[in-house]
Design a protein around this ligand. Structure first.
Ligand code: SF4
Length: 490
């Protein structure tokens, strides 16, 4: 185990093992067209995370300008013309540029591109949630760093941000949007990961991602971020044993693996920074031109020709471990990217002022774990569902055969699940609990709640139940195609 841990922590050792076993690189050459694109609409952010990989708190303070809306519209059109199938809309906080972000996602979705939105949730009000719910194949990656405001707000640097994020999750879930909570695990919050998973289960999240800090950007400036890499896996495994797989818990790969392969795995996607620089991904500090100056197609051709440029290979070989990234002379986001395009000059496009930030409320006590749980429980209890079109045939004892008319499938439900289904036909978890309480009067309320939650998740998974506010005919997103693109790995 010790040897394995040493190998997993060391980039050169990991490379040596792969050489001996003749394993990676997986992709030896970039495809003719990029498969995906990551669009960083702004550097600015309303939060102040000390581990921010894009170094947004510094860019926000320095008021770093972003590309204009028109420049972004052209980039989106070029991405669609280039044939991308998956896109990430991110920042900073992309919803600070509210209309641009929505228009970008709507154009991409209308072209059939799968869209992933990275957000801290602060700006997801009812109007925003309604627009997002209308987007097919959307997955929202929502940052939540703990089961209490104390944990989350301390990590995110702004009081009230936990409440905003949890309420955003609820607004999206009640409209049927696919939401993945992303928890950045640090030495300050790793003790709370188990409670966090329980809370996300109660809230109704379909997916959670536990991610270590990527030591670039602000994290490469200061802070101690290293956590025991196996601890999150153990917690996730325990959760799976207790609750099954209805809520998918993904533990992000050790960063060592992608870093060890950084100069050998051919890129498949593009990243466009807020100022227009085009890079391979978030882990490289080299640009291949500027989107407004050169166009995305030219930048992609440069990437295909130059992704193993000796300067990149030499830089990649200097990485000793994920925790030592900050020691490099050139760190993504902390340092200005190096443009490898011939005769590179600053982009000609006029840049716009960064978005205005909301006023930040003064610090206030978070209320602790009990109050946080009670808030999340209230949200879960109040969510309303509706039933798909069905025909049913009753069994003796309360069980039922149910035919889903549109899907053409038949499922068999036990009496408790049938009760929950009936209660949720226009009703809520609270209604389901009342039904189960009447059927099983001696059962402890906590057990009934657990069973009802499990049944609702199961019925949703089978396509029998949907949140009542989900628009008809809009297919929710899934977890994206992360392994192919690594677009979301930071
Ligand atoms: S990590 Fe995300 S939420 Fe935090 S400052 Fe950076 S962009 Fe904002």
């Amino acid at each position: 185990v010790r040897l394995r841990e040493r190998i997993d922590g060391s980039v050169p050792l990991r490379r040596a093992v792969w050489r001996v076993r003749r394993r990676p690189p997986g992709r030896a050459a970039p495809p003719p067209r990029p498969v995906g694109v990551k669009l960083e609409l702004t550097y600015s952010c309303n939060l102040r995370c000390g581990f921010c990989y894009t170094d947004s708190p510094r860019h926000t303070l320095a008021r770093t300008p972003d590309l204009s809306d028109d420049a972004w519209r052209r980039i989106v059109d070029e991405s669609i013309d280039l044939g991308v199938i998956e896109a990430v809309v991110t920042g900073g906080e992309p919803l600070l540029r509210r209309e641009l972000a929505l228009e970008t996602m709507e154009r991409l979705a209308a072209a059939g591109v799968g869209v992933n939105l990275n957000t801290n949730g602060w700006f997801v009000d009812d109007g925003m949630a309604d627009r997002l719910a209308g987007l097919p194949a959307l997955t929202v990656h929502l940052s939540i760093d703990g089961a209490t405001p104390e944990l989350h707000d301390a990590a995110r640097g702004v009081p009230g941000s936990w409440r905003r994020a949890v309420d955003a999750a609820h607004r999206l879930l009640e409209r049927g949007v696919h939401v993945q909570a992303v928890h950045v695990v640090t030495p300050d919050n790793e003790h709370g990961v188990e409670d966090f998973l329980d809370q996300m289960w109660l809230l109704g999240l379909p997916a959670v991602r536990l991610s270590p800090v990527g030591q670039v950007g602000a994290a490469a400036r200061s802070g101690r971020w290293r956590v025991d890499p196996s601890a999150s896996r153990h917690v996730a495994e325990r959760f799976r044993r207790e609750h099954g797989t209805a809520m998918k818990v993904r533990v992000a790969d050790r960063p060592t693996h992608s870093l060890a392969n950084i100069d050998r795995q051919a890129p498949a996607a593009l990243l466009v920074r807020p100022g227009g620089a085009v890079l391979i991904d978030s882990l490289h500090p080299f640009a291949f031109g500027s989107a407004p100056r050169d166009g995305l197609a030219t930048c992609w051709e440069r990437i295909r020709a130059g992704w193993r440029d000796p300067r990149i290979v030499e830089w990649g070989r200097g990485i000793r471990s994920a925790g030592a990234m900050h020691e490099l002379a050139l760190v993504p986001y902390r340092d200005a990217e190096v443009d490898l395009a011939p005769g590179a000059e600053p982009p000609p496009e006029a840049a716009v002022e960064p978005p205005r930030l909301p006023r930040v409320a003064p610090p206030r006590p978070g209320g602790g774990a009990e109050q946080a749980r009670s808030h999340v429980r209230d949200l879960a209890l109040a969510r309303r569902y509706r039933l798909a079109r069905t025909r049913c045939s009753a069994e003796p004892g309360g069980g039922r055969y149910v035919r889903m008319v549109e899907a053409g499938r038949v499922v068999r439900l036990n009496p408790a699940a049938a009760d929950v289904m009936d209660a949720c036909d226009g009703g809520t978890l609270e209604d389901a609990l009342a039904r189960l309480g009447a059927r099983y009067p001696g059962e402890p309320p906590a057990r009934l709640e657990r069973d009802a939650l499990g049944a609702i998740r199961d019925l949703q998974g089978r396509g029998l139940l949907r949140p009542a506010r989900a628009p008809a005919g809009v297919a929710p997103g899934t977890a994206g195609v992360e392994p192919a693109l690594d677009l979301l790995d930071l």
